[in-house]
Write a protein that binds this ligand. Structure first.
Ligand code: FES
Length: 125
């Protein structure tokens, strides 16, 4: 059972009703992230260029409620792409948002698509 912060809810690709144009691809550093705002939510978008993949999650680290995950360290655990929070190194799957330390806190994740050099994040509201 996930323990997402109330307003951050994972959106599955099939549930997307709005593709929000976040920024141009250049706004996101290689193997790093940046935060955007959508309807009062802070969303971290990750340019995982080493894997040629993009991800989005809540920017709020659920551990101590810090708005920080866009500045987290990207890596892989086996095949699983992950982000480590800079504060206490909790790690989260970028695919599922699951906490990989076995702690009771997960992230909400959002679909990302790239179109004509722009990064879009999928929301269901
Ligand atoms: S605030 Fe992110 S791991 Fe503690």
């Amino acid at each position: 059972m996930t323990q997402e912060i109330a307003e951050y809810k994972t959106v599955k690709a099939e549930d997307v009703t709005t593709w929000y144009k976040a920024a141009s691809m250049e706004a996101f550093p290689d193997n790093g992230g940046a935060a955007i705002e959508y309807k009062g939510l802070q969303i971290a978008i990750f340019n995982f260029s080493r894997r040629k993949e993009w991800y989005a999650s809540q920017n709020l680290c659920p551990h101590k409620k810090q708005m920080i995950l866009s500045r987290g360290m990207l890596g892989s655990e086996g095949e699983e792409p992950k982000v480590a929070c800079p504060f206490h190194k909790k790690t989260f799957s970028l695919k599922t948002g699951n906490n990989l330390n076995g702690d009771e806190c997960d992230l909400a994740t959002y679909p990302v698509k790239i179109q004509d050099g722009y990064v879009y994040v999928g929301f269901s509201h």
